[in-house]
Design a protein around this ligand. Structure first.
Ligand code: SAH
Length: 251
């Protein structure tokens, strides 16, 4: 059961996660634990300052290392008191490795981590060098803070935890879980008001045929939109002769 400790100046971002949908179920069932630590509570002086101007000049502010370090110590101490070993420290940053479903699965199988949310221009580099084990990016764009990246990671982890999704199969079918994008989905009515119909194979009840149709659509969509994912599966010998036949039929 993973426990995540989040260091954030804007701890209000995290309360809604406990209140809605699948994440709420993960917390209520105890499948995931979350504690948020505000570095401001660990800042010194009457002003409880958490940032300062950058050396060398330029716009914006930089997060001070010291309040972060103190908040991190408190979080690691609390984890030890809860019987956990010291957790890896993750910093959200555009310079990090892009978050992938395989990483999400690894975090879901782990004891969790301390997640550090940057703000302003970022975090004093000395904190990163001393205390951060890995950096994660949500994508090639700039957010105003790491909170939304942390929420994305927590949400993606929550839905993989045992007992959280109503059907474990549902996560296995999702995009990326086997290296492919998901197939299209349809629900009632079989023919809608615009005259658009559901593919006949899905109405037929032949489960082997349906599974083949779905796999083919996953392969075709992935080849079209993300050919590099198909190349990776090929390199890992994870495509069957049937898969290859479906792909050449799609070409
Ligand atoms: N000056 C930085 C951006 C700072 S944005 C730069 O140009 O790279 C403030 C904080 O938001 C960052 O410290 C980081 O914690 C978070 N952040 C911004 N974009 C992000 C992204 N794509 N992925 C993860 N975290 C991000």
């Amino acid at each position: 059961m993973p426990r995540f400790d989040v260091l954030s100046l804007f701890d209000g971002y995290f309360a809604p996660l406990r209140e809605h949908g699948i994440c709420r179920r993960a917390f209520d069932s105890g499948a995931m634990q979350l504690q948020v630590w505000n570095p401001r509570d660990y800042a010194s002086g009457v002003h409880r300052c958490v940032d300062d101007r950058p050396y060398g000049g330029g716009p914006g502010m930089v997060m001070l290392a010291e309040p972060l370090e103190r908040a991190l110590d408190a979080a690691q101490r609390a984890r030890r008191n809860a019987g956990l070993v010291t957790a890896p420290v993750v910093l959200f940053s555009p310079a990090g490795a892009p978050l992938r479903q395989t990483d999400v699965q690894r975090w879901a199988d782990s004891d969790g981590a301390v997640l550090v949310c940057g703000r302003y221009e970022g975090v004093d580099q000395r904190f990163i060098e001393r205390s951060v084990d890995c950096e994660i990016s949500l994508g090639d764009y700039v957010l105003s803070g790491g909170e939304i990246a942390a929420l994305a990671l927590l949400d993606a982890v929550a839905r993989l935890l045992p007992g959280v999704l109503h059907s474990a199969e549902s996560a296995q079918q999702d995009s990326f879980s086997d290296g492919l994008l998901d197939c299209p989905h349809y629900t009632r009515p079989p023919r809608d008001a615009h005259g658009a119909e559901v593919p006949a194979v899905l109405l037929g009840g032949d489960h082997a045929r349906i599974a083949r149709w779905r796999r083919d659509r996953m392969l075709r969509l992935t080849l079209q939109r993300r050919p590099e994912l198909i190349a990776a599966l090929r390199a890992a010998h994870r495509l069957s002769a049937r898969d290859e036949a479906a792909l050449s039929a799609a070409d």
